[in-house]
Design a protein around this ligand. Structure first.
Ligand SMILES: C[S@@+](CC[C@H](N)C(=O)[O-])C[C@H]1O[C@@H](n2cnc3c(N)ncnc32)[C@H](O)[C@@H]1O
Length: 260
């Protein structure tokens, strides 16, 4: 494997699917390879992002004024802080990503913003994320937090590790906190026959897919808000996403849970 191939990252490939400009030739090449095998991927990315926007808006309307966004990616349009501050201008947001480029881009965008930070962290080490001094400084763990785990847990292949990571986060926030989660769907990817994991070969974050039941299990310890875990396009649609032939081709399970 050449270095340029390995240099692709999930964050920049996602940016490319969304039509962003924060990506390099290695990312585009790897992303095109994925699109050839799973043509619905750019649409899945857009549906996922629209879900995040709708869910963040819902949380803000419910009174949440601070967010912990893990696997936040490269900020393109509709950043979490921008959406939430349309409702509560003082909303605080801690962005966390494993990719140093995503963190650097986020810091650029947040320049001079006292109510938002971007730090490097791994969702598989949630305690380190929770203990990060910047995260502690910004967020008040004595008040409800909106935790966003959007399109990131599919980079944690081990079910148990993913469930434990969510469990640690659930255990560390107060009742009334909410979890926004989305995840690539086994039910969509099995329609296609790609035999390899491009993320495994070309990036440092191997990918996986989960069934609806497996995604529902990630909400253990939380009360799922209506309509439960559904296709991303179907979760209280607000931001318009293009109609798909079949929601199954949306490729993303999505849901929001509340800590009782
Ligand atoms: C598909 S993007 C999702 C971005 C954003 N959350 C959204 O839904 O629009 C996935 C992001 O997860 C990040 N990521 C992958 N593995 C991670 C890990 N173990 N810990 C934290 N971030 C991770 C990638 O770098 C990438 O930025």
């Amino acid at each position: 494997m050449t270095e340029s191939r390995k240099a692709a990252t999930a964050a920049r490939m996602y940016d490319y699917y969304l039509g962003g400009s924060h990506n390099f030739p290695a990312d585009r090449e790897a992303a095109d390879y994925v699109i050839e095998r799973y043509p619905f991927i750019p649409e899945a990315a857009r549906a996922n992002r629209a879900f995040v926007v709708n869910a963040v808006r819902h949380l803000s309307e419910s009174g949440i004024r601070q967010f912990l966004d893990i696997g936040s990616g490269i900020p393109t349009v509709d950043n979490v802080h921008a959406i939430a501050r349309q409702i509560h201008p003082e909303t605080r947001v801690a962005y966390v990503d494993i990719d140093p480029v995503a963190v650097a881009e986020s810091l650029d965008i947040l320049d001079g913003d006292d109510l938002a930070v971007a730090v490097r962290g791994d969702v598989q080490q949630p305690q380190a994320v929770l203990d990060h001094p910047e995260v502690r400084r910004l967020l008040d763990f004595g008040r409800p937090i909106g935790v966003i785990l959007a399109a990131v847990l599919h980079f944690v292949p081990e079910h148990r590790a993913a469930e434990e990571a969510v469990g640690t986060l659930v255990g560390s926030v107060v009742p009334g906190s909410r979890f926004i989660m989305s995840h690539s769907a086994t039910e969509s990817f099995e329609l296609f026959t790609a035999a390899e994991d491009v993320y495994q070969r070309r990036t440092s974050t191997p990918g996986t897919v989960r069934t609806r039941a497996e995604v529902e299990r990630l909400f253990t310890g939380l009360e799922l808000l209506e309509p439960g875990v559904v296709w991303a396009q179907e979760w209280r649609p607000g931001v318009a996403v293009e109609k798909v032939e079949s929601p199954r081709l949306g490729g993303i399970w999505a849901g929001v849970g509340s800590k009782p």
